[in-house]
Design a protein around this ligand. Structure first.
Ligand code: PFF
Length: 447
């Protein structure tokens, strides 16, 4: 078996973890959900969830991973044999999530290339966005080719290993992402009429805080922070005992949340300034935004900057997903990276095919009333990740006890864990109870 990889610097570890966290969830999920579900009221609830649930769970995942120095299934098993299934559900979640993420990533590659090759052209890169999108996604061959291209990019980075693949690429992609985000924000908020977009995003409306919007805020938080699927356990397992995890557990949720809010400030002022309707998901990114770039001076350049940013966000999440999906098989079957990673990537690509074709030939196929993209997202994000987060909070709070995590954080007195009282209290009482109540409320509100 190959030697286990390790992050070589704290900066590299933080960049990789932020890379896993910042992704499509921040760019096209959070801003729209916030705007439609109470603006600042939603953001406030989200921030409270991050502080009371996300932050202590982030500590747990980093610590569980670092202590076990293994994939998530073994890591849960080492803590308590009966909880190995949480590692299994987490692994299933990442297969499903990468199954749809890679399809979307493929579309992003297509748009990035389209804008990059039109920067110096005076004609719009995508002159009729709706037609372009529809014909692109309904062309099976094209949809599959871009899925494969995105997966190959992901494989190339992950095969490089923790230090030379994931850490190195994240150290470049994340700073560039934030820089590009700032450029787009400056352009967006200086358009005449931009205030209406800021109003959409921030104007508080507490009457919109219903059980179902709170449930949405909670699962959005897990998805966005990559919690409940073993992502941070896997990255934490590549940390050495000389690293102090405490600051990373604060910085990662903070920067992820900042990126989600900044994405809203980058997108909605421009949408409203140009008189378009706010949307979310694929149509926001692939139809509404290109329509905006068409009306903008130097729109092709801004289109390129924007899609390059989205590409970095999705790629840095997909490399995390592929690493997590492969790590159990790598360790269990004692296989080399360059053998197992392409195999797992091929399996996930096959899983992605129905999603890719779901916008074309398989457009009419519905499972439980959902298309494949929504189905994978529902099972992976809403069901499995929320379940994984609840099980982890219960396991640490009540079964193995918070002290186990605190000891791992403090390393026999080497480090001082400043927030340990807060951590013990939230992981034992607040996190499991809050997740449970919000889950029950939002499920029962559907019926
Ligand atoms: N956090 C990513 C996003 O916001 O798009 C998605 C994600 C990555 C979820 C890694 C789960 C995961 F393990």
């Amino acid at each position: 078996m190959e030697k286990r990889g390790q992050f070589t610097s704290k900066f590299g570890f933080i960049m990789a973890s932020i890379g896993s966290a910042i992704g499509l969830g921040n760019l096209w999920g959070f801003p729209y959900k916030a705007g439609m579900s109470g603006g600042f009221a939603f953001i406030l609830v989200y921030l409270i969830f991050v502080a009371l649930v996300g932050f202590p769970l982030m500590i747990c995942e980093f610590a569980i991973g670092r202590k076990a120095k293994s994939n998530q299934i073994y890591a849960y098993k080492k803590l308590n044999k009966k909880f190995a299934f949480v590692g299994i559900t987490g692994t299933i979640a990442v297969f499903l999530i990468l199954g749809f993420y890679s399809v979307l990533g493929g579309w992003v590659v297509n748009y990035t290339v389209k804008y990059a090759t039109s920067i110096f052209s005076s004609a719009n890169a995508i002159s009729a966005p709706e037609e372009y999108f529809n014909s692109f996604v309904s062309n099976e061959a094209v949809a599959l080719i871009f899925l494969i291209i995105f997966m190959v990019l992901t494989v190339i980075i992950v095969i490089g290993g923790i230090e030379n693949g994931i850490e190195k690429s994240s150290k470049i992609m994340m700073p560039v992402l934030f820089f590009f985000l700032v450029i787009v924000i400056i352009r967006s908020v200086t358009l005449p009429g931009a205030e209406k977009g800021l109003e959409f995003l921030f104007k508080p409306d507490f009457s919109k805080l219903t059980p179902s919007t709170m449930g949405m805020a909670l699962s959005q938080m897990f998805f966005s922070l990559s919690l409940g699927a073993g992502a941070m356990i896997t990255y934490g397992s590549y940390l050495s005992n000389d690293d102090n995890i405490q600051s990373s557990s604060i910085i990662v949720p903070l920067l992820d949340t900042l990126a989600a809010i900044l994405a809203g400030i980058a997108i909605f002022p421009a949408v409203f300034a140009l008189g378009l309707e706010p949307t979310q998901g694929p149509s926001l990114m692939f139809i509404t935004l290109p329509a905006i770039f068409n009306q903008m001076h130097m729109g092709n350049l801004f289109g390129f900057v924007f899609f390059a940013l989205v590409l970095f966000a999705s790629l840095s999440s997909s490399i995390a997903l592929l690493e997590i999906a492969s790590s159990f098989f790598m360790e269990h079957f004692k296989l080399k990276r360059k053998v197992i990673i392409p195999i797992i990537a091929a399996i996930i690509t096959v899983l992605g095919i129905p999603v890719a074709l779901g916008f074309g030939v398989l457009g009419d196929v519905k499972v439980m009333g959902m298309g494949f993209l929504d189905l994978y997202d529902f099972i992976g994000e809403y069901v499995l990740m929320t379940f994984g987060a609840l099980a982890t909070a219960f396991l640490i709070g009540w079964v193995v006890k918070p002290k186990e995590v605190i000891d791992e954080m403090e390393q026999g007195g080497k480090f001082k864990f400043v927030g340990k009282k807060y951590f013990s209290f939230t992981i034992k009482f607040i996190a499991p109870i809050l997740i449970f109540i919000v889950m029950v409320m939002s499920v029962t509100s559907v019926f």
